[in-house]
Design a protein around this ligand. Structure first.
Ligand SMILES: [Ca+2]
Length: 91
């Protein structure tokens, strides 16, 4: 799975516009924090905090089930305490 950054002038020429998940169905802390800092301009500390909360198993990766659960929580629940509420970082 490849997450592409929205096309902006700065982004078009940068290899950092892609947050590639290398086919293992897991997102590393580095990949997720890069996604949040590059695409959503979060501070790295906030991005790391979001990753740690989404990594509900604590194994330092966000697995496919953790990722899907976070998306469901973000879009379907109105629960600020759910891990998925930090899918795009702290508000
Ligand atoms: Ca995990």
């Amino acid at each position: 799975m490849t997450v592409r950054r929205p096309r902006t002038r700065r982004c078009r020429s940068s290899p950092r516009c892609r947050a590639s998940v290398n086919g293992d169905n897991e997102i590393s802390r580095e990949e997720y924090t890069r996604f949040l800092t590059d695409v959503w301009s979060l501070e790295e500390a906030d991005a790391v905090q979001a990753f740690r909360i989404l990594d509900t198993s604590g194994d330092d990766t966000v697995s496919r089930p953790e990722f899907l659960q976070a998306i469901r929580q973000y879009f379907l629940l109105n629960d600020p305490d759910a891990p998925g509420s930090l899918f795009f970082g702290p508000a």
